[in-house]
Design a protein around this ligand. Structure first.
Ligand SMILES: [Zn+2]
Length: 138
């Protein structure tokens, strides 16, 4: 689970995806670094990448690390550094987790980026306060 650590204002999903892609290209990554992007403002969900593709969402250096090989990256296109997701966003994120689980034969645990790498993602110290509301974290 990630947040984009960015404020996209009134951008629509296509503009958000273009902004994420521009950032990721600057990092020299081959594609958008998530499998799924969720835009809380509009409640849109974009399935960006096939589960079988490696996305550069949780490794650091080197960019291709075990978390990227085994993990599915879901990003809320918002900044949760100082605010928690509201109930609608939690419900939508749980819906995304349920959808992913329904498509995969194996059980995956939901983790925040900061659970596997030293970062503030998916948000300040706040992930600890809303983590328990996201399915699959226990
Ligand atoms: Zn992250």
């Amino acid at each position: 689970m990630h947040h984009a650590a960015a404020d996209y204002g009134q951008k629509n999903m296509r503009q958000v995806l273009e902004a994420i892609l521009a950032h990721d290209r600057q990092q020299n990554w081959p594609a958008i670094s998530y499998h799924v992007v969720y835009l809380p403002r509009t409640r849109e969900v974009a399935w960006v990448g096939d589960w079988n593709t490696i996305r550069y969402h949780a490794a650091g250096v080197p960019a291709i690390g075990i978390n990227n090989v085994t993990g599915i990256g879901v990003c809320a296109a918002v900044n949760y550094e100082f605010v928690d997701p509201d109930q609608q966003a939690i419900d939508d994120l749980n819906g995304i987790v349920d959808w992913i689980v329904s498509l995969l034969p194996q059980r995956l645990k939901t983790v925040g980026h900061k659970d596997v790498w030293p970062t503030i993602c998916p948000g300040g110290g706040w992930w600890t306060t809303w983590k328990a509301k996201v399915r699959g974290t226990a």
